[in-house]
Design a protein around this ligand. Sequence first.
Ligand code: ADP
Ligand code: MG
Length: 396
Amino acid sequence: MAKKIVSDLNVKGKKVLIRVDFNVPMKDGVITDDTRIRAALPTIEYVINHGGKAIVFSHLGRVKEEADLAKNDLTVVAKRLEELIKKPVHFVNATKGKALEDAAANLGEGEILMFQNTRYEDLDGKKESKNDPELGKYWASLGDVFVNDAFGTAHRAAASNVGIAANVSETAAGFLLEKEIRYIGGAVDEPVRPYIAILGGAKVSDKIGVIEALCEKADKILIGGAMMFTFLKALGKNIGASKCEEDKLDLAKELLAKAGSKLVLPVDAVCAKEFADVPGVVKSVDALEADDMGLDIGPKTLELFASVLAGAKTVVWNGPMGVFEMKNYAAGTIGVCELLANLKGANTIIGGGDSAAAAESLGYADKMSHISTGGGASLEYLEGKVLPGIACVDEL
Ligand code: ADP
Ligand code: MG
């Protein structure tokens, strides 16, 4: 079943509520990366270019106490949106009230209104994050139709996604959300095979659900990152001083038994004696000494991964292969980026969070079919869970 997208709506003359993800990184009140604002432009532009009246809103950070309000003020984000979209953005510094209601009611075709951080409403009993029904109804009353384009929060039911959707006549996905559904949803529902998953990152415990789901669905699962050592130790290997989740060893054994030959573990690692950006030594995973800390996958592992990936048609990757933030331990992550970039005719999908940041900072972002805009959301989606922020979008 296909979901309705913004271009399926007749937006002419309508007030279109657009939930975007403007949760941008900020330092001392300055936006350090505006990728998320740029990413939302196609949806907003579609609406205004087709005679719609755009009412744009987002969360920013977490609001638990009074002091969090100023830190998470969207005023600067509205200014940046104005620069990027080259149109005036009328910003209302409120999440409720007469000023907002009047601004919405008086909005002209092709105009843009943005209101304050939806999580300002969390100060009053977490109304936004706990999907207070009155709040969703109120926001819905400001517009005619709803477009959800925020994937990063799609795994949580909030007033600003499902709460609004429950109270409008039509809900569609924005172009960003549509791409997440097409790629990640596609891999979950009907992956073109061979379907290979690559998992790494810090902890097995963060990704248990995904590993379990992929054991069923993927043809092979390649493991790297710190989590490889929990698996290697479960196999009885000496992992030296490498990171390991002792309390997950039994689980790792179960997963190894369940996955059988589907699970592919590294054969070598780049090791150091301290956690610092100094040149490491490549060792077989059978040769680690007590004080060796494995900080990246080694070259033989990359060769092994290359042979498994050859001919893959769907590849999903979540979690860096090593401590890519240090140049001495970035080779494994760069190597996997290269392998994916050179795969012909494959859908290459990178889950959000640090893996997406790695692909971007290493310069491979435009070589992938899809880089997800959500970390936690992409993991839950890959797990096969129903995401409330997607479920609330109308079917076509
Ligand atoms: P993602 O956000 O992509 O899901 P994670 O948050 O699970 O990824 O993990 C990313 C972190 O894992 C990175 O900061 C990286 O430095 C760290 N990491 C990867 N491999 C290792 C390793 N061998 N030892 C210690 N930390 C590692
Ligand atoms: Mg992370």
